[in-house]
Design a protein around this ligand. Structure first.
Ligand code: FMN
Length: 155
């Protein structure tokens, strides 16, 4: 069977946010996962063709000025309508790196994901406040859980 494709579209403008992407990838590439290929694209490099090929998607963003990063918003601006019909039900997970809040980003993403009818398979993870190493562990778990679900055919 062809490997299932996990796409990670995540904005990583700082060393900490790069650590989070690496953690998601580490989880998704856990040695026990047999039949999933995980790939990270920065949002400005990702588009509808990438979403079409994906069997699951993880979205990652910072919260800036009460909203998701402009880069992730641009990804949705370019991809929303081209994939709207075809990708309903796409399993999806989200992590947000927020210096002090995260709720504006969460609400905005809830609205977009509801519109797309993508299926959130776990609660959105908000890594809030000053940096803590546990954020990386949480992101690793998020990547592992999504990949394991795809691998097992649950998603
Ligand atoms: C221009 C700007 C606006 C920001 N606005 C918010 C915000 O509205 N809410 C929030 O929780 N954090 C905000 N932050 C903090 C970012 O979320 C944080 O810098 C980013 O997640 C990177 O975190 P790091 O320092 O751990 O790499 C802002 C940061 C910048 C530079």
């Amino acid at each position: 069977m062809a490997a299932r494709q996990l796409l990670i579209v995540a904005h990583a403008p700082s060393p900490n946010t790069r650590t989070l992407v690496d953690a998601v990838l580490r989880g998704a590439r856990h040695p026990d996962i047999e039949n999933v290929t995980a790939r990270w694209l920065p949002p400005l490099d990702a588009g509808p063709e990438d979403v079409r090929r994906a069997d699951g998607i993880i979205l990652g963003t910072t919260e800036n000025l009460g909203y998701m990063s402009g880069a992730l918003k641009d990804f949705f601006d370019r991809s929303y309508y081209p994939v709207l019909e075809e990708k309903q039900g796409l399993p999806c997970a989200v992590y947000i790196r927020a210096g002090h809040d995260g709720t504006g980003t969460r609400r905005a993403l809830e609205g977009i994901l509801t519109g797309l009818r993508w299926r959130l398979v776990q609660d959105m993870l908000i890594c809030r406040g000053e940096w803590q190493d546990v954020f990386a562990e949480q992101c690793e778990q998020l990547g592992l859980a999504m990949a394991a679900g795809l691998d097992a055919g649950i998603y």
